[in-house]
Design a protein around this ligand. Structure first.
Ligand code: TYD
Ligand code: MG
Length: 502
């Protein structure tokens, strides 16, 4: 008989303890602890409800699956059947096989392809197009003889068929895309085990969504943190042991509450976020974690009536139409992985009529804006005290690149002083607390992108030890060392010979 093991979980935040507690140390809520019987889960099926023999079911490198348990990795088990540490030299460094991903935009974000045995979490607001994206990826896989099992928790199989048809799939003529309408985890695993028995081909499993799954071993509603954590963990183990990649779809709410999917981030290999931009048809996929590639790459697509399609001129998506006519706008070039985007920062500074001044920021970290405001006050002599400050990125974009500091500050100064920045001026620089402006990384590619779109003048950070940026044809480069100087030069540029439109 298996040993009785129990754990206690907070139903609110998923915090785990060995004993029951009245108040959760994680979220400080009262009476949220619930008991979970782990022995029940592991009675007959090994850890988390499925047996080690699962790993033998596929012929494509299951043993080398990521992370992995001893069961998934026979080299670690000595002749006496006990687990032992293995020297690095005995571990093969062979690259993992990657399944191709289409469109190429998404492959790029995932580091070149979908690694076998990996677990990918795709988070996004309801309705943004997660199911559409994964159905599209699924269809491209089945056309390459990769099997796809779509676990339908959210929608009926006929709805999924209709979506697939909308994306150009012909279910009567093409094969390989299978639907598994099951939300009970244990039944689902059993069905997957049976379906994948003796399967030699890779099979991608798409669980849409993790919030709809529930395990009988957890005493909580589907979608509660404990269920999400447990079901996600079981499916992640399944991927690693069988070598079949698993996609988990997770909803995040409009208020940006990531509580559910966030719990899974540490147990999956790749976390992708799928977001809309400014309420339009533009959709972006970014990787916030990737064990098999870099983060920071951005895929930009457009939601059309027949699915997601690449966007022309993605580099200028974040510029508004009436740019430069009014004060309070500045353009910088930001890097997202290997791609460059021209991004317009808009600011509105007005004197506050009511009590505490407001600061509303969209698309930039609000603490960063607070810091930049403080530097502007202290180092460039701008009086922002008592002003309402609004900052946003045009086109619903988001900036994480510190190279946009100077553009944010210039937009603020431009609004406060009611002086527009000339249309063809690009502003690039990272700003330090002492008010010095530093050069940004990868300057040349940013300047080139701007030059391609008609920018003829760039205000750049130099710093005392600043390397000289390589000249880019058609681009006048003005180097500033301090914020004060940079902001002054940004407006002065208008009087110089570079004046035309972008
Ligand atoms: P969906 O993939 O269901 O979103 P999620 O799974 O993230 O909740 O897609 C939602 C929206 O996308 C829906 O309003 C319809 C629209 N859509 C298109 O515009 N074009 C298409 O080809 C498809 C399939 C959906
Ligand atoms: Mg969906």
């Amino acid at each position: 008989m298996a040993k009785k093991t129990t754990r206690f979980y907070c139903k609110g935040c998923g915090h785990e303890e060995l004993r029951w507690m009245g108040q959760c140390p994680g979220c400080r809520e009262w009476n949220t602890f619930t008991e979970m019987n782990l022995s029940k889960a592991s009675d007959t099926k090994g850890s988390r409800g499925f047996s080690a023999k699962d790993k033998k079911q596929t012929g494509f490198g299951a043993g080398a699956a990521t992370g992995g348990t001893a069961a998934a990795w026979p080299e670690a088990v000595g002749p006496d059947g006990r687990l032992r540490p293995v020297p690095l030299r005995k571990i093969s460094s062979a690259d993992k096989k990657r399944l191709p991903v289409e469109p190429a935009e998404v492959a790029n974000v995932m580091g070149g392809g979908l690694v076998e045995g990996s677990v990918v979490l795709l988070g996004g607001e309801p309705g943004v197009g997660k199911s559409t994206l994964l159905t599209g990826l699924g269809l491209s896989w089945v056309r390459r003889d990769i099997r796809v099992i779509y676990v339908a928790g959210e929608e009926s199989p006929s709805q999924i068929r209709m979506r697939a048809e909308r994306l150009g799939f012909k279910p009567d003529q093409e094969d390989g895309f299978e639907i598994l309408p099951e939300v009970h985890l244990e039944t689902l695993l059993e069905a997957l085990r049976t379906a994948l028995e003796d399967e030699k081909r890779p099979c991608v499993i798409i669980a849409d969504s993790i919030q709809t799954l529930h395990s009988e071993h957890i005493d909580a509603y589907p979608g509660s943190p404990t269920q999400i954590k447990y079901c996600g963990g079981v499916l992640a183990d399944f991927a690693r042991q069988t070598g079949h990649p698993v996609f988990l779809v997770g909803h995040v709410t409009k208020s940006g509450d990531l509580a559910g999917p966030k719990l899974l981030e540490h147990m999956v290999d790749t976390v992708l976020y799928f977001e809309g931009s400014g309420g339009g048809a533009i959709r972006m996929v970014r990787a916030v974690k990737n064990r098999f590639g870099t983060t920071g790459e951005l895929a930009v697509m457009e939601m059309r009536s027949d699915g997601l399609a690449p966007v022309d001129q993605a580099g200028v998506l974040f510029l508004s139409g009436r740019r430069g006519v009014e004060p309070g706008s500045a353009v910088c070039a930001v890097k997202n992985g290997s791609r460059t985007f021209l991004v317009e920062v808009q600011a509105l500074v007005s004197s506050s009529r009511y009590g505490t001044p407001q600061r509303v920021v969209q698309g930039v970290d609000s603490k960063r804006v607070g810091l930049l405001c403080a530097i502007l006050e202290k180092r460039a002599g701008l009086d922002l005290g008592g002003c309402d400050i609004f900052v946003k990125v045009a086109g619903g974009g988001r900036i994480d690149d510190p190279g946009a500091d100077l553009a944010i500050m210039t937009a603020l100064a431009s609004s406060l002083r009611e002086r527009p920045v000339p249309l063809d001026t690009l502003i690039l620089g990272e700003v330090g607390l002492t008010g010095e402006v530093r050069q940004v990384a990868d300057m040349e590619s940013r300047l080139r992108e701007a030059s391609r779109h008609g920018f003829g003048r760039a205000i750049l950070g130099g710093g005392k030890s600043g390397r000289k940026a390589r000249q880019v044809e058609g681009m006048e480069m003005v180097v500033a060392t301090s914020v004060e100087e940079a902001v002054r030069l940004a407006f002065e540029a208008r009087g110089r010979k570079a004046g035309g439109g972008a």
